[in-house]
Design a binder for this molecule. Structure first.
Ligand SMILES: *Cc1c(COP(=O)(O)O)cnc(C)c1O
Length: 524
């Protein structure tokens, strides 16, 4: 396969950073799809002799009995294990290396969190367990709620939403319920042009018109423009703070005042709380409702379609509208789930949310303690500013003011040679790193958004700096090398549009498609 041919420049480059090329060891003649490797009669299990009377399955199940299971793959245990272990090595993970993906806060998931979440009473709790027997689980939820309320400075919280975007949806549903309860349904939500795409999507899904607020020259909220836009028809402003360029909205009090003067609310997208925890609290600077991403700020595992968690915290005026049930303390001191919430927006998730993530986030919070959390924030900000200082001569810095936990560069210098942010992100993979965030935020053309988090040591940051500087040199001297990256991965440039628009969700064999195994998805 051509992807396996060594590219001399790549070898030189990877040596430079000291990351060995990992590819060749992943491929051997065992490679292939699990269906193609099937051979009749192989089994990965052995059942014990039947020691109870046999039942007549046909009589019991009637026409529901399946006799033909279709073409299921038949393999031995070691073949199955090798197949899935091999697939896992084709992936990148935070446990393999740094993940400088801006806005995503890809920090280390502490193993203590995992150990605690696997304790028997926690891992085996059942959502239908009677409340009297689930006091420990309810206590975990209550303790986490109290900690998050303390960290955000808000009055009340729900842990139900399963992700940040789901938290936005829940929070904006609450905003709508609040205005409607006052007989004053409003039509418009203001969203800055620097916002994460989920913000305008959320507002639209909840039924609002989205008004786009242009950022000022510093990439921040333009107060005069905001003042012009906010009116009696404005339900809320959805604001990320620190903003998507990693800068704290220093006029946040004024922003809140402008909204409140017209009866509108301030929603904060709290995805960037890793820059604020232990330093300042949204509840103290005028925010009415916000979400948190436990899978970002509070170190629970992230991505891969796995469960996330996006709690929504709010001020007392919005408390009646929180999803139900909520955890309450009874007169006898026991904990219970209360469904008696007539103004609630209802349930947004089965049961109580992703409980395993609550355990991990609480373990993280308790393991760090208040001083540890504050130190975490300071380290995250220090790491981002270290990268900013080290790389500012290699890449254009569109905004000059100091940033907090992430830094946004642009590809302006390299674009002159036809090398774009996406090319350099892919080239970074050859150096053993995950790509940074490419082309976001949209307010920066050719954005390169880097968020190292507090998890990385100075040594690791220096490796990233060396790699990025080397890539900047390559962009000047050998742009084609960067434009055709990555060179060290199993597959190279995939059709990203086809992957999203025409995903291949079901295995189809050669017999059905007439195509060779491994044919790119877009040709299916
Ligand atoms: C990650 C992120 C979101 C969405 O959170 P998910 O958990 O991915 O749904 C929203 N806003 C910002 C600023 C983010 O970084």
């Amino acid at each position: 396969m051509s992807t396996m041919t060594a590219v001399p420049e790549v070898e030189a480059a990877t040596k430079f950073v000291g990351t060995p090329k990992k590819v060749s060891t992943h491929v051997n003649q065992n490679e292939g799809l699990i269906f193609e490797k099937s051979s009749p009669g192989k089994k990965a299990y052995r059942l014990a002799e039947l020691d109870v009377p046999a039942i007549d399955a046909k009589k019991l199940l009637g026409p529901a009995l399946r006799t033909d299971l279709g073409a299921m793959p038949e393999l031995s245990e070691i073949e199955i294990i090798r197949h899935f272990t091999r697939l896992s090595t084709w992936n990148y993970a935070i446990d393999l290396g740094m993940y400088p993906l801006g806005s995503c806060t890809m920090k280390y998931n502490g193993r203590v969190n995992e150990a605690v979440s696997r304790l028997e009473g926690i891992a085996e709790a059942h959502p239908y367990q009677p409340q009297a027997l689930a006091q420990g689980c309810l206590q975990i939820m209550k303790t986490l709620e109290d900690a998050l309320i303390e960290i955000t400075g808000m009055d009340a919280i729900t842990l139900q939403p399963a992700a940040g975007a789901h938290g936005e949806f829940t929070g904006i549903l609450m905003v709508r319920a609040y205005h409607e309860s006052r007989g004053n349904a409003r039509r418009k939500i203001i969203v800055p042009d620097s916002a994460h795409g989920t913000n305008p999507a959320t507002a639209a899904v909840v039924g609002y018109e989205v008004a786009n607020l242009k950022s000022n020259a510093q990439g921040m909220v333009d107060l005069a423009e905001l003042e012009r836009m906010v009116d009696e028809d404005t339900a809320a402003l959805m604001l990320t703070n620190p903003s998507t360029i990693g800068v704290f909205e220093s006029d946040i009090h004024k922003i809140a005042d402008i909204l409140h003067a017209k009866g509108a609310l301030l929603y904060m997208d709290g995805a960037n709380m890793n820059a604020l925890v232990g330093k300042t609290r949204p509840g103290d600077f005028g925010v009415d409702v916000m979400h948190l991403n436990l899978h970002k700020t509070f170190s629970t595992p992230h991505g891969g379609g796995g469960p996330g968690s996006g709690p929504v915290a709010c001020k007392a005026i919005l408390e009646p509208f929180l999803p139900k049930p909520i955890v309450v303390t009874e007169d006898d001191g026991s904990l219970a789930l209360s469904f008696d919430r007539p103004q609630s927006v209802g349930r947004v998730r089965i049961f109580y949310g992703n409980f395993g993530m609550f355990v991990r986030a609480l373990a993280y919070i308790l393991a760090n303690g208040p001083d540890g959390l504050r130190q975490t924030t300071e380290d995250a900000v220090l790491n981002a500013n270290y990268l900013r200082a080290k790389l500012k001569n290699a890449f254009e810095l569109p905004f000059q003011q100091p940033s907090l936990h992430e830094v946004v560069f642009s590809d302006k210098l390299q674009a002159k040679n036809g090398v774009k942010t996406g090319d350099m992100g892919k080239r970074l993979i050859d150096y053993g790193f995950h790509a940074y965030t490419v082309s976001f935020p949209l307010v920066v053309s050719g954005a390169m958004m880097i968020e190292p988090t507090e998890s990385e040591s100075r040594e690791e940051l220096d490796l990233l700096v060396d790699a990025l500087k080397q890539i900047a040199r390559e962009a000047a001297e050998n742009p084609e090398l960067v434009r055709t990256a990555p060179h060290s991965t199993r597959l190279q440039r995939l059709d990203e549009t086809a992957a999203a628009r025409k995903p291949v969700l079901r295995w189809r064999g050669q017999a059905e498609t007439g195509l060779e195994v491994g044919t790119p998805a877009k040709e299916w």
